[in-house]
Design a protein around this ligand. Structure first.
Ligand code: AQP
Length: 332
């Protein structure tokens, strides 16, 4: 059975892009795979996190994952910082990856912006830790949104260089699992920018905990253009906001873009936005309710994470012990 690994940062409330690009694939992949899912708090602190908030956000994100349908009894769910194999392997990978490789990472450029000299060094080496997260379990399939494709290519470069430098066939090749019409959901305020939980504008995203009124209001205010919806997909070219809303609708309704345009082509955005808001409420309300149910019992969420950490460590520690032996560390 193939082993799946994926992670999500507790850097805020999960948003619709996390859900459509990653989380709902996490749930689907539980059939027929061994899945290891992780709340990546080590990644979150590459950008400032209020310490009083981080623990709460980690628990809330775990509750949200359970509410989306992650089955922590049949699979593994835990917080990254509680399994030390991740940082041990990440250090080795810091010494395998090359500066030039990391310099090409577009997410670093996007997140650092013009403030390159002032961001943490952790943000720069983030992809090395991500490679360690996956390879500490020798996982071969990684469900992520399209924005993470470049990081997975880098993880494969690191694995290959490790195998080459130490003359072994130790780490496997990783295969990204990037699925669906909404593999990259864009901001509701700017169709050229990805939807992000840390975007300063609340209006730019739908949170998985938003209530019906908030969802309807955000969709109503979403940026669009004055033209009605086209009847063919080519008519979405050069209209990033329209394409984004049609893509979200398609992903939620289980259609392709053309399927949505057959139903809604020719309509103005007023009517289409109403239909989209109704669909979002129908899909997200049960997740929000289930998240609240888990959060009413924080001890239960912590118990799930504790048990998950023990099971994750039992898989990762022997693999990382062996990697350290290959590097030449004395393991008395
Ligand atoms: N807009 C998006 N469209 C599709 N997939 C997305 N993902 C994130 N945003 C989109 C996918 O969600 C998974 C978890 O992401 P993450 O939280 O670990 O990091 P991120 O990609 O940096 O997500 P955010 O929301 O933008 O977080 P912040 O704002 O904290 O940086 C990944 O599989 C990602 O592809």
């Amino acid at each position: 059975m193939q082993r799946i690994f994926s992670g999500i940062q507790p850097s805020g409330i999960p948003q619709l892009g996390n859900y459509l690009g990653a989380l709902r694939n996490w749930v689907a992949l539980q059939e027929g795979h061994e899945c290891i899912y992780c709340v990546v708090d080590l990644h979150a602190i590459t950008q400032w996190q209020d310490p009083r908030e981080l623990a709460r956000q980690t628990r809330e994100l775990a509750a949200s994952l359970l509410a989306c349908g992650i089955d922590a009894e049949r699979h593994v769910l835990f917080a990254q910082s509680t399994v030390h194999a991740h940082v041990r392997l990440a250090w080795i990978f810091n010494c395998v990856a090359r500066m030039g490789w990391l310099n090409r990472m577009t997410q670093f450029k996007d997140k650092a912006g013009r403030d390159r000299e002032n961001v943490s060094t952790g943000l720069f080496v983030y992809p090395n830790l991500m490679a360690a997260d996956i390879l500490a379990y020798k996982a071969t399939r990684v469900p992520v949104g399209d924005d993470q494709r470049q990081h997975l290519e880098l993880a494969n470069d690191i694995a290959q260089k490790f195998n080459h430098d130490y003359g072994v066939a130790f780490f496997p090749t990783i295969e990204p699992v990037i699925q669906g019409v909404a593999a990259r959901v864009m901001s509701l305020r700017d169709g050229t920018k990805k939807m992000s939980k840390s975007d300063p504008s609340e209006q730019s995203r739908i949170n998985l905990t938003d209530d019906a009124d908030t969802i309807a209001q955000k969709i109503r205010r979403a940026k669009t253009d004055p033209e009605p919806l086209p009847s063919e997909v080519v008519g979405l070219d050069g209209r990033p906001e329209a394409r984004n809303l049609v893509g979200i609708y398609a992903a939620l309704a289980g259609l392709d873009l053309q399927g949505v345009l057959i139903e809604h082509g020719g309509k103005g955005f007023g009517a289409f936005k109403e239909a989209l808001a109704a669909l979002l409420v129908a899909r997200l309300a049960p997740i929000a309710a289930e998240t609240r149910r888990w959060l009413a019992d924080p001890g239960a969420v912590d118990g799930v994470l504790r048990a998950g950490a023990a099971r994750a460590a039992a898989i990762a520690e022997p693999i990382v012990d062996e990697a350290e032996r290959l590097v030449g560390f004395l393991k008395p």
